[in-house]
Design a protein around this ligand. Structure first.
Ligand code: HEM
Length: 397
């Protein structure tokens, strides 16, 4: 379904008739348990309402120092190297940013191990296979799920240990992270706090939903800037006028409107999640097409955001098209990099502010170019990946 009206129908107007398909659940449950991404119906509504306060701008402000730290680490790693694999580096940075933001985890072995565990899963047992495609329910072909279950028990035990340690040693109020925010959450109706398992599942969910996606956004933005040197130059001037170290809270990011528009344009051309998939609970009609129970419906941000019906010069990199658009994911029906409707990405401000801060640190210090002339082509898997990982030359400004 690549028609904005149809997409609005099944993701917003009649969203209650659709759920995440079993292939997504089979891969997602070991990563995020029964956290927000996989919850459905009344349970999803309860979780979304409960978690909303942790994603408001004032909560994200708490995370800004963590984004700076992750960016400084990237700079430290790149220092003195003639060229850098920025695709890899951004993945490390995004993992680091999310682990710092979630658990204030400094650079240490535990963080490396956690990152390696999840990366191993995503590259191995976490990839969809043939049996996932045919599985009529989450648990069918159970024999094919052994590796995923083993991963889940290791991964959940690791996160549970972090939470137990934090509860034993609370942190000071001026030095908080996402876990502190979760530990304080109270259900407005019942007054209940989150259980340890719920905190574990929500933390794990944010970890997997927030790392690879943001890494891809940073990669494609960086790559596009190597193809448009003038835009990169303009961006460097914008950042020089308000250096990254002056960013203390989200409001400060308003000093970089160009950088924001570059990110929005990169999300248009290379939406990190190219497709949003649902399965129908019951029959429906979408833009004149009949849908039966259990049919899968795919919305493709990748197609809609490059379609000449909806965009002028659709394949051109033109960040200015977003000038003055405060929330294009709401204002422009054919712009859905974060989805649309009640299940729109809860972490979008988290992602945009992290990417702005990391890229600003990089571009404040370096002019970036790609080594060689081979173009990088996008490949749509779970995220839009580069077909090869180019090396980037970082030239000190
Ligand atoms: C550039 C980065 C990101 C992109 C492009 C992105 C994209 C998306 C999209 C398209 C959806 C909707 C999926 C659907 O309707 O099926 C979504 C949902 C979600 N995202 Fe993001 N995301 C990003 C970053 C993040 C971050 C940083 C976090 C958390 C820290 C996060 C957490 C979530 C969660 C929990 C959901 C499920 C929301 C729900 O079902 O209510 N995302 N994301």
């Amino acid at each position: 379904m690549s028609d904005p009206e149809g997409v609005r129908h099944f993701l917003t107007i009649n969203a209650a008739n659709y759920r995440r398909p079993s292939v997504v659940r089979r891969i997602g449950v070991p990563l995020g348990g029964s956290g927000l991404f996989l919850a459905e119906g009344a349970e999803w509504r309860r979780q979304r309402k409960l978690l909303a306060p942790t994603f408001t701008p004032s909560s994200i402000n708490v995370l800004v120092p963590h984004f700076h730290e992750a960016a400084r680490h990237l700079l430290h790693d790149a220092e003195g190297k003639p060229s850098v694999n920025l695709s890899r580096a951004f993945q490390d940075t995004a993992l680091e940013a999310v682990l710092r933001a979630l658990f204030s985890m400094p650079e240490n072995r535990a963080r490396e191990e956690l990152s390696a565990l999840v990366r191993g899963y995503i590259e191995g047992a976490g990839r969809p296979g043939l049996l996932d495609g045919f599985a009529p329910s989450d648990n069918s072909f159970g024999f094919a799920l052994g590796k995923r279950r083993r991963f889940q028990s290791k991964w959940f035990a690791a996160i549970a240990a972090i939470i137990a340690q934090r509860k034993a040693e609370p942190r000071s109020a001026d030095n908080r992270d996402f876990l502190d925010l979760l530990l304080q959450l109270k259900d407005a109706d019942t007054g209940e706090m989150l259980s340890d398992d719920e905190i574990r599942d929500q933390s794990a969910t944010m970890f997997f939903a927030g790392s690879e996606t943001t890494a891809r956004l940073m990669f494609w933005s960086g790559y596009l800037l190597t193809l448009d040197r003038e835009e990169q130059q303009r961006l460097s001037s914008e950042i020089a006028a308000f250096p990254p170290d002056r960013v203390r809270m989200l409001e400060d990011l308003a000093n970089w409107p160009r950088l924001r528009n570059v990110l929005l344009e990169a999300l248009r051309l290379y939406p990190p999640l190219p497709h949003i998939v649902r399965q129908a609970n019951g029959p429906d009609t979408i833009s004149g097409t009949s849908v039966a129970a259990n049919d899968q419906i795919w919305a493709s941000a990748w197609i809609m955001q490059r379609h000449r019906k909806f965009w002028q010069n659709p394949t051109a990199f033109m960040p200015d098209r977003f000038a003055g658009k405060s929330a294009p994911w709401v204002q422009m029906p054919s712009y859905i990099p974060f989805g649309v409707g009640p299940r729109i990405c809860i972490g979008l401000h988290f992602a945009l502010s992290e990417a702005q801060i990391v890229l600003a640190h990089l571009l404040a210090r370096y002019r970036i170019t790609v080594v060689g002339t081979r173009l990088v082509m996008p490949v749509g898997r779970v995220t839009i990946e580069p077909d090869y990982e180019p090396m980037f030359r970082l030239e000190r400004i």
